[in-house]
Write a protein that binds this ligand. Structure first.
Ligand SMILES: Cc1cc2nc3c(=O)[nH]c(=O)nc-3n(C[C@H](O)[C@H](O)[C@H](O)COP(=O)(O)OP(=O)(O)OC[C@H]3O[C@@H](n4cnc5c(N)ncnc54)[C@H](O)[C@@H]3O)c2cc1C
Length: 316
């Protein structure tokens, strides 16, 4: 068991956490990042990133996050591989205990624990993740220009992803386990009018089919839950759009959240309902789940933490 003290304790090592760390370190605040189980965050499970500025060629998610980690360490951020399991928001400094029985105390806290995409749980979903299986049309839609793709889900996200993908793909099949969509009426109308989108009602994905060399998806098997009939659809990409889960369980009952569990922050700010506690990245942003947005809000959180500490006249 070790004890760590810092003016700025950052929970999470995705783009939001690393960016907050870089800014806080360059302000002389000696930040500590507790990385969590997924060092580097969600991007580490994706194969190719083309939309993070500064990289003229596609870069792998792991490489991008490893570069961010090294940049953070180079400017003086201390990164501890551990997971926070409990936080005392009543003490000052805030006290956090960890899975490895370490104690972290921070005069300010930046929460950057992200959100996790929900997956179907199929064996081949993991195998082809980043090679035809995706949870983000904005991120990966471009790679499926002129190809057939499927979207799984029936809510607003699935409808939006299907509409977005119809700009690139030659055909989009929306697969929904019920006989009507949950998406807003306006989105449903746009789906109905779009000749490049068809819906497979009452259907679930049973398996994802593909090749090993190269690793790529060639189709999906879907089952109609009313008739039990199974058929294969030939697609090169499958987008799972069944929702995201913010990683906020440990903050429940302390921080204000929306009904889905995303942390609420003040408008145009990363401030939460507790002074000195800031939230950045996907954990407070169900709408713009993109790395560049998370990085931007990490920067905001570090700057707001610095102002908070200055006001409190902390000696660091
Ligand atoms: C498959 C996939 C592909 C994507 N492709 C792109 C893309 O091409 N371009 C793009 O801009 N965006 C893409 N995204 C979205 C992007 O990954 C996210 O918007 C971004 O990672 C959010 O950053 P974040 O820092 O908020 O959180 P995350 O990246 O989710 O990081 C959260 C961090 O918090 C840590 N953590 C969680 N709980 C704890 C705890 N209790 N204690 C300590 N640490 C904790 C985790 O270990 C992790 O390090 C993709 C997402 C996925 C899933």
């Amino acid at each position: 068991m070790a004890e760590y003290k810092t003016p700025v304790l950052i929970i999470g090592s995705g783009p939001a956490g690393y960016t907050a760390g870089i800014y806080a370190a360059r302000s002389g605040l000696k930040p500590i990042i507790v990385s969590g189980e997924q060092i580097g965050g969600q991007l580490t499970i994706t194969n190719m990133i083309e939309n993070f500025p500064g990289f003229p060629q596609p870069i792998s998610g792991s490489q991008l996050m490893d570069d961010m980690r090294r940049q953070a360490e180079n400017v003086g951020v201390k990164i501890i591989h551990d997971k926070i399991v409990e936080i005392d928001f009543n003490t000052r400094p805030f006290e956090c205990s960890s899975e490895h029985h370490n104690l972290f105390s921070g005069d300010s806290l930046i929460i950057a624990t992200g959100a996790s995409a929900r997956w179907l749980g199929l064996k081949n979903e993991t195998k082809y993740r980043g090679f035809g299986v995706s949870v983000c049309a904005t991120c990966d839609g471009f790679f499926f220009k002129g190809q057939n793709v499927a979207v799984v889900g029936g809510g607003n996200t699935a409808a939006e992803e299907a509409l977005f993908l119809s700009n690139y793909a030659s055909f989009v099949t929306l697969i929904h386990r019920r006989d009507s969509l949950r998406a807003d009426n306006a989105l449903q109308e746009r789906i109905k009018k779009n000749r490049k989108i068809a819906i497979e009602w009452d259907s679930v994905v049973e398996d994802i089919i593909g090749t090993d060399t190269p690793l790529s998806v060639t189709g999906i098997k879907i089952k109609n839950v009313k008739t039990d009939q199974v058929k294969t659809i030939h697609v090169n990409g499958i987008f799972i759009a069944i929702g995201h889960q913010p990683n906020t369980d440990i903050f429940k009952n302390s921080l204000d959240m929306d009904p889905q569990g995303y942390i609420l922050t003040k408008p145009n700010s990363t401030m939460t309902n507790i002074a000195g506690v800031f939230a950045a990245g996907d954990v407070q942003n169900p709408r713009f789940r993109q790395a560049i947005v998370a990085a931007g809000s990490g920067c905001m959180a570090a700057m707001e933490a610095e102002s908070y500490l200055l006001k409190k006249n902390q000696d660091y």
